[in-house]
Ligand binder design. Structure first.
Ligand SMILES: [Zn+2]
Length: 160
């Protein structure tokens, strides 16, 4: 099954798909890029590819941290604004699982491993976008300065 996001979900410049194997059930798919979590809904199943439309997105920069909830088989997102979101992934099985008769608990173990992989990556990305140094403004020229600056980068006035 191809999970190539359609042009309904254009990636921005420098944006890369990291994982596209998040199955949400009900023909919905979750994609992780280096900037966003993108929720896709199956629009049409073609002969060679399935096209998707974007239903929602969550910017990584809004996410404080992620953790896995093994009981619910879900990704729990903690946002910087204090809100929480729970994204449940569903078990998927391929043709080889039907042929080999893969046990359900094996499929669940595989799903948990996938969730852990997603959680680790979301945390890695979220910590990478974590706070830049606080900015202050020069009282003489108004230029933006890092709060650690002793002197204004623009006019050289003392920042204290
Ligand atoms: Zn200044």
């Amino acid at each position: 099954m191809a999970t190539e996001p359609s042009d309904a979900c254009m990636l921005t410049e420098g944006e890369e798909i990291i994982f596209d194997d998040g199955n949400l059930g009900h023909n919905e798919q979750l994609v992780l890029t280096n900037r966003r979590l993108i929720f896709l809904r199956e629009r049409a199943k073609g002969l060679f590819a399935t096209t998707y439309e974007k239903t929602d997105e969550l910017p990584i920069q809004d996410i404080e941290s992620a953790r896995s909830d093994p009981k619910e088989r879900s990704i729990v997102l903690q946002f910087k604004n204090g809100e929480k979101d729970v994204i449940g992934l569903v078990v998927t099985s391929g043709a080889e699982d039907w042929i080999l008769g893969t046990r359900l608990d094996t499929l669940y173990t595989r799903l948990q491993a996938k969730i852990d992989r997603w959680v680790n990556e979301i945390n890695r990305l979220a910590s990478g976008t974590r706070r830049l140094p606080d900015m202050i403004y020069c009282k003489y020229c108004g230029a933006k300065n890092k709060s650690t600056n002793m002197k204004c980068e623009h006019c050289g006035a003392l920042m204290s």
